[in-house]
Design a protein around this ligand. Structure first.
Ligand SMILES: *Cc1c(COP(=O)(O)O)cnc(C)c1O
Ligand SMILES: [Zn+2]
Length: 398
């Protein structure tokens, strides 16, 4: 594969490892020529590596991410207001789509001879990076906000990375780590949320969705957004497959944020071309609470160029969507994922999505990682063993 990096905005190109940001300030991604690309013959057990021809690594390392199922969710269609399919990315090895970008980043770092890999994260990416670094025999340095909950740190610590709990501004931390990589001689490469290697891995979510639909194309893809790395990956997949001549039409891309922390949706609403930092409020969607998103402007562009939008939803709507997914589809997701389904409902209510639109919602992360305030007493009953049959009969005959 061509190993140059390109700016989506001004078109400038750079050598790999030279930099992660363009001279214009916007994030870079890998330049991939997909003319002549065809859907691979490999079976689905190859996971996301079935697309190795369009990835910047050739020797995959670590547990295989990808080829998560695409599930038609007819039971949720009335709630969603459209023809709904779900892509449960919680089924990846460490429970989120982050594994796709991490697998590319770690494989690249190992092949290039780095001993250390670093990342900045609210939790899922630190977990994913620590696990994959362990599998590749690399050291991991993970920087998390000082207030990261202990149960998240405990999951990460199992893989024995160096964990740094950082006091200070998260956006600044993100920028400083990337600057450090190029401004020092340290033997460490960073795969932060929207760096080129990570976006390369995360585009495979888009490849899988579009391959499963072919020869049709979904009308819309909806996902939660924080840094904009995942959104950039999906947009890149659409562009690359369009260049390959494999799409009759292109899906509209809709991105959803949590109301209390929605800098990209705010810029979209206000008709601005650039995303600027906001002063955030508290939200239950902690994995997507980035008030200064490094790929915010790129995400805004992805929404506008595909005919989509960026919206935000209140936490009550997120809670309701999370509950619907768990009780109707049997899928436990974290609030940051449920945000996307709450967004679908809102987009349907405002007629941006039509009842006969085929809509794919990416459920970004598993709900089995931490505690939520679910009311167990209203859903559990304590019984005496001697009453087993009577209690079951009462429930069954209800
Ligand atoms: C990281 C993450 C997101 C947001 O992805 P970005 O690439 O930062 O926009 C959404 N959901 C979950 C569960 C995540 O871990
Ligand atoms: Zn540029």
């Amino acid at each position: 594969m061509n190993r140059r990096l390109r700016c989506y905005d001004c078109g400038e190109t750079f050598e790999v490892d030279e930099r992660k940001r363009c001279v214009c300030g916007e994030p870079l991604w890998f330049d991939v020529d997909t003319a002549g690309f065809e859907w691979p013959d490999e079976d689905w057990t190859a996971g996301m590596w079935r697309y190795v021809d369009v990835l910047p690594v050739s020797e995959p390392i670590g547990p295989t991410p990808g080829t998560t199922p695409l599930v038609r969710a007819e039971e949720l269609e009335e709630y969603a207001g459209c023809r709904l399919s779900l892509k449960p990315e919680g089924q990846n090895p460490t429970g989120s789509f982050k594994d796709r970008g991490t697998a590319v980043g770690v494989s690249y770092a190992a092949a290039t001879g780095y001993d250390w890999i670093g990342t900045v994260s609210h939790g899922n990416m630190a977990l994913s990076t620590s696990a994959y670094a362990a599998s590749a025999g690399l050291e991991a340095a993970v920087f998390v906000p000082a207030d990261t909950p202990p149960e998240r740190l405990e999951l990460i610590a199992r893989h024995d990375p160096r964990i740094f709990r950082v006091e200070g501004d998260y956006g600044q931390l993100y920028a400083d780590t990337l600057a450090l990589e190029h401004g020092s001689d340290l033997d460490v490469t960073f795969v932060n949320s929207d760096t080129p290697l990570r976006v390369a891995g995360q585009k495979t979510v888009g490849y899988e969705i579009l391959e499963e639909f072919e020869p049709d194309v979904p009308d819309a893809i909806v996902l939660p957004v924080s840094s904009g790395g995942h959104a950039s990956g999906i947009w890149k997949a659409v562009r690359e497959l369009e260049d390959a001549g494999l799409l009759e039409e292109t899906p509209r891309l809709y991105f959803v944020q949590a109301g209390p922390c929605d800098p990209i949706a705010t810029a979209y609403r206000e008709g601005r071309d650039e995303v600027t930092p906001i002063d955030p409020g508290e939200t239950i969607a902690v994995s997507i609470a980035n008030s200064d998103p490094p790929s915010g402007t790129r995400t805004l562009r992805a929404a506008r160029e595909t005919g989509g939008a960026v919206v935000s939803v209140p936490d009550e709507a997120t809670r309701e969507a999370m509950d619907r997914l768990a009780t109707t589809a049997g899928l436990s997701v974290e609030p940051s994922s449920a945000v996307a389904l709450a967004g679908v409902r809102q987009l349907s209510e405002s007629s941006k999505l039509a009842p006969d639109d085929d809509v794919v919602t990416v459920l970004t992360g598993s709900g089995y990682k931490e505690r939520y305030d679910v009311d167990v007493d209203s859903r559990a009953r304590t019984i005496d063993l001697a009453d087993l049959e009577d209690e079951l009969a009462a429930a069954v005959d209800g």
